[in-house]
Ligand binder design. Structure first.
Ligand code: GLN
Length: 526
């Protein structure tokens, strides 16, 4: 059974196509289907790894090392699956494949064109995971009408023509705005958006309407008539207190029933309604735990999406609510602001900006025994801090920030020294680490071997481990016995730094052990 659901968006961007798609995927999963989700981003970057988080938000890393869109994190958390390179595609990568083939002479003298060569490559990728699941949900990024999105829409149109119509379902996500002056919800933008889609040759089967107010039946009827979809296929998607409540909101409108009917499939098991109740119970907490995330992008929650989710998931499992604030590392009043938090997290990052502020925040956390969690660059900063202030190696630094430092406690990996191209050349994806017993890391993971996702070029310099350990910072895990993966400070209630990105491993009801330990320590510090 190879079935496909295409998700497109219209009117404006940021409507939550990923969340809508993942919510429908969740419902199908609760009916016993195996679901996979694939993202197509129409931009020319080969992947978002080289993009500024202000443009793109967090770069999500798959286990096999693809740097991808943050929607893949949404897919993983909703569906509790692991994504891979096949789940993430960009126009840049598709063109790269086609151009490489052209240079090799694979096209036998043909003129290489958007149609059919680019569209063929897109269609090949639409079907990439069909043997691994019952239903592939394909999200096309951007908004209908975007010039760069056209080849993807065209490929989706052809794909339906070349497959059985009942194997393919098209869902369009639009906005139904409320116009205050008229006290009215307006359907015209949705009508225009669907017209645009139909011009390309795609007729949506279901329209998901993002709205601030409920859509009454007369509005649904209007959308149904003008957009040529059945009235029961016009779905209201109101903002929810938690994104994980959206599957239930769609279930209450019988979206799963329509999808199952239209794709002509039979549920594989009795619907698992218990998931809704479990998700609800996670949200019923009012004990607040205040966490400060000290990073470069203070006003940009999307840059730390998976960290935010991980903190919330961990708190909810501990019957608390995480109040997460993003503080700029360059803020002059940083330390006085930190006084009102129960835990401090320094996330990953690149470049010099804000480094000294992050280090000061770590000194504050270490000296005042405030639970501390450093991730990747955050861990590297904690090593610099310990080297400077515990081991008294004056001006110790990372060669990322000071190439000539006398004490390069963090240094570039040998294999990274001659890297010419910035994109896709870091230490990326899953690597194993061995954890030492009688350490905080071991008590959290309750395991001696772990595997976590990486995305970095620099590394704790093994030459300094002995000095650091003598002064109070322990290395509690190594990759292949050489590369330090976790550091901790024993004389502290909770102080841990990890070279990898545990935030990609959290799922609702399956909090990551380090995040859970961190929140638990922060709750004790209240
Ligand atoms: N800039 C650091 C490095 O490349 C840390 C990277 C990160 O935090 N993801 O090693």
């Amino acid at each position: 059974m190879a079935k496909y659901i295409f998700i497109t968006g219209g009117v404006v961007s940021s409507l939550g196509k990923g969340i809508s798609g993942a919510s429908i995927g969740k419902l199908l999963q609760l009916h016993g289907f195996k679901v996979n989700m694939i993202k197509f981003d129409p931009y020319i970057n080969v992947d978002p790894g080289t993009m500024n988080p202000y443009q793109h938000g967090e770069v999500f890393v798959t286990t096999d090392g693809a740097e991808s869109d943050l929607d893949l994190g949404t897919y993983e958390r909703f569906l509790d699956v692991y994504t891979s390179k096949a789940n993430t595609n960009t126009a840049g990568d598709i063109y790269k494949t086609v151009i490489t083939k052209e240079r090799r002479g694979d096209y036998d003298g043909a003129t290489v064109q958007v149609i059919p060569h680019i569209t063929d490559e897109i269609k090949r990728r639409f079907a990439a995971l069909k043997d691994e699941c019952d239903i592939s949900i394909i999200e096309i990024g951007g908004t209908v009408g975007d010039i760069e999105g056209l080849p993807f829409m065209e490929a989706a149109r052809q794909f339906k023509l070349e497959n059985k119509a009942e194997d393919i379902l098209s869902i369009h996500v639009t906005l139904v705005p409320y116009i205050a002056g008229a006290h009215e919800l307006k359907t015209k933008p949705t009508q225009h958006s669907v017209n645009k889609l139909r011009e390309i040759g795609i007729s949506p089967d279901i329209i998901i309407c993002r709205t601030e107010y409920p859509l009454d039946e007369s509005l649904k009827k209007k959308i149904s008539l003008f957009c040529n979809v059945r009235q029961d296929c016009v779905v209201e998607a109101m903002d929810a207190a938690s994104i994980y409540y959206i599957p239930e909101a769609l279930y209450n409108q019988k979206v799963d029933v329509v999808v199952i009917e239209k794709l002509n499939i039979k549920p594989k098991s009795k619907f698992d309604k218990a998931w809704f109740a479990k998700i609800k119970s996670l949200g019923e907490n009012n004990k607040i735990v205040k966490i400060a995330v000290v990073g470069k992008y203070a006003d940009l929650k999307d840059a730390y999406k998976s960290i935010d989710e991980s903190l919330n998931i961990a708190a909810s499992e501990l019957k608390a609510k995480a109040e997460v604030h993003y503080l700029g590392a360059e803020d002059k009043n940083l330390i006085s602001k930190l006084k009102s938090y129960d835990g401090i997290l320094v996330p990953g990052g690149f470049g010099n900006r804000g480094i000294e502020g992050k280090i000061k925040a770590i000194t504050y956390a270490r000296e005042n025994k405030i639970p501390f969690f450093g991730i990747c660059l955050g861990m590297q900063c904690s090593v610099i801090e310990a080297a400077r202030n515990l081991a008294k190696l004056n001006d110790a630094n990372s060669t990322e920030f000071d190439e000539t430092t006398k004490y390069p406690v963090i240094k570039i990996l040998d294999e990274q020294k001659n890297v010419k191209y910035r994109g896709g050349t870091m230490r990326l994806g899953n690597y194993k680490a061995e954890i030492k017993k009688n350490t905080l890391a071991h008590s959290l993971y309750k395991a001696t071997e772990i595997e976590e996702r990486h995305r970095h070029r620099y590394e704790l310099n093994p030459e300094f481990v002995e000095t650091l350990e003598k002064s109070g910072m322990t290395v509690s895990a190594y990759h292949k016995k050489v590369l330090p993966e976790i550091v901790e400070i024993k004389e502290h209630s909770f102080f841990i730094g990890v070279q990898f990105h545990p935030e990609f491993g959290s799922r609702p009801m399956k909090a990551h052990p380090i995040f859970k330990g961190f929140i638990s320590a922060a709750l004790k510090n209240k």
